[in-house]
Design a protein around this ligand. Sequence first.
Ligand code: ZN
Length: 134
Amino acid sequence: MKIEKIDHLGIAVPSIDGGKEFWTGVLGLELEGSETVEEQKVTTAFFPVGESEVELLESTAPDGPVAKFIEKKGAGFQHVAFRVADIEEALAELKEKGVKLIDQTPRIGAGGAKIAFLHPKATGGILVELCQRD
Ligand code: ZN
């Protein structure tokens, strides 16, 4: 598996509008776009930072994964996403190594990217996302 770069950092926020005050108002980052992924019960907003991005995540429902995360751990850093050239190949390699995965096969995330999450139990507690953009 070849990791090309950090694609983005996912930050769980109670509200994207509230979060914008810091990321845009204080840091001066520009909002590139916002998108709701119904399947994940989340609205995402992307702020490019050089070759990577900050992704703010706001839950659209109280039982969504981001809402549950905030309930358990509080708002803040939620996941790191690594860009890979070939996500199918990366997942096959991880399975071969016996790494616990949340997603056995890629699904479509924000921006049409192919994404898959590794289980935090396999990563020392961090939620890791693999991401392939064509
Ligand atoms: Zn992400």
